[in-house]
Design a protein around this ligand. Sequence first.
Ligand code: KG4
Ligand code: ZN
Length: 334
Amino acid sequence: MLVLGIETSCDETGVAVYHSEKGLLSHVLYSQVDMHNDYGGVVPELASRDHIRKLVPLIRQGMNDAKVSAQAVDGVAYTAGPGLMGALLVGAATARSLAWSWQVPAIAVHHMEGHLLAPMLEAEPPQFPFVALLISGGHTLLIQVDGIGRYRLLGESLDDAAGEAFDKTAKLLGLSYPGGAKLSKLAEQGAPRFKFPRPMTDRPGLDFSFSGLKTHALTIFNATAKTLQDKADIALAFEDAIAETLMIKCSRALTQTGFKRLVVAGGVSANSKIRAYLLKMAQAEAVRLYFPRLEFCTDNGAMIAFAGCQRLLAGQKQNLEIFARPRWPLEDLI
Ligand code: KG4
Ligand code: ZN
């Protein structure tokens, strides 16, 4: 089965062509980050307009790269949520219209399911069941994954998502949006001078709370001379706190489920400090750890094409409705 995948939920336009037997045939991405940079965050209306400008040329490019014609496509997968409504509608309307004109099914994909399944595009994909830690700009989720569409929420962030906490702290340190990776780079020059709390690790449970870390960073920042070294030291302490907290909760989730496989995905899973902490835990606890390749940690069309293909193969498809849900709990999926 050959599936065209379209991702437009936020500030990246992603297109990919995936074949159920041959694997990923192409993927192309256009990032809007430079455009939103001037505003310190994503401007929804600008995002929608830019998706409109870029999507059709990207679809052409993706199909050319994959050397496939419209007649060869068996289904069109699109991100239907969660995300920015206007941005989602661009992808949904385009995908639905293409599917209609090509007389193939369209399938609405949950963005976080895309992230969750992204490690399955790699050479040694994880077997079910596993625990998944999804860490992105909008979500921090711990999920028990028993199979495709069989997801049980184990824990989630009660306030800021991990990526959001990274971005807000990065902004405090004078780094441009999205600041997660830049904060991490700055932390490399940091000295171990401050110790931040590990929120909600002193009590049972698998939920997270990261907004206090941002406030903690602000309090410490205001008490320093705000030199580059001060900023790097704060970045290091902040990153350590997030990484160790995530590690503690993952270890707990693995103990609770008895599973020995951990999948980590979403934009923040590109972070090397977090990877190092999780790797240490995985080695100590004989757990197998799975990450997507770096370019599939952040938003992309490949994960949507892949997730859509699995659902189409299972016989699912949407009617002619253009389906977009800005808020869409992952547990609602079946
Ligand atoms: O999954 P993603 O591309 O978009 C959403 O679905 O939200 O995640 C984007 C988030 C941003 O908050 C960005 O700062 C963060 O991932 N991020 C990182 C790193 N690379 C991306 N955070 C920390 N360290 C990184 N290396
Ligand atoms: Zn994402």
